[in-house]
Design a protein around this ligand. Structure first.
Ligand SMILES: [Zn+2]
Length: 174
């Protein structure tokens, strides 16, 4: 019987003997590497759909579990890098978060934090804009929101201006 699978291995299964016919397929008694014995029909062995008593899948699940967690962490990490990449947009000023407002002919300092855009004011002096932006960056992972509320939001609110408005020269706005 040349097509008898006895003695052959399929994944973790070793075929012990043919134990009969199931439907129109040969049925084989197999022993799994883990020690479990089970009957598998010939096509399942030959096409690779059954390669263990089920312990192979269980092992894979066990191994995939931590991987998924890792993956979740990675996704979280990606969020952070997206935030960081948002900050690293290089523009005309050559400085992150400082760009030239053509219309007003001012340097605009801005920062994006948790997908929210914060205006840090417009400055005729690029160095001033850079300085403000730098301070904002330093605060970003610390008490940024608190700092922003105190330093900028109140000014914007007091002036009753939309956040995009000119923040330069607080005297003018108050
Ligand atoms: Zn097994």
């Amino acid at each position: 019987m040349s097509n008898d699978l006895t003695g052959q291995r399929f994944g973790r299964l070793t075929v012990l003997k043919k134990v009969g016919i199931k439907g129109k397929n040969s049925n084989y008694l197999c022993v799994c590497d883990c020690g479990n014995e089970l009957e598998v029909i010939r096509p399942s062995l030959v096409d690779g759909s059954t390669m263990s008593c089920g312990c192979l899948k269980a092992d894979l699940d066990k191994n995939i579990g931590p991987k998924l967690k890792e993956l979740a962490g990675f996704v979280e990490g990606t969020c952070v890098s997206v935030l960081k990449s948002g900050l690293s947009k290089v523009n005309k000023s050559g400085v992150k978060g400082v760009c030239w407002d053509k219309t007003r002919k001012k340097w605009v300092a801005q920062i994006t934090f948790k997908q929210k855009h914060y205006n840090l004011g417009r400055y005729s002096d690029i160095e001033q804009a850079k300085k403000v932006r730098k301070i904002a960056e330093e605060k970003l992972f610390g008490e940024f929101l608190e700092w922003y509320e105190k330093e900028y939001k109140s000014k914007v609110d007091n002036a009753n201006n939309p956040p995009d408005d000119d923040l330069e020269g607080t005297g003018r706005n108050q």
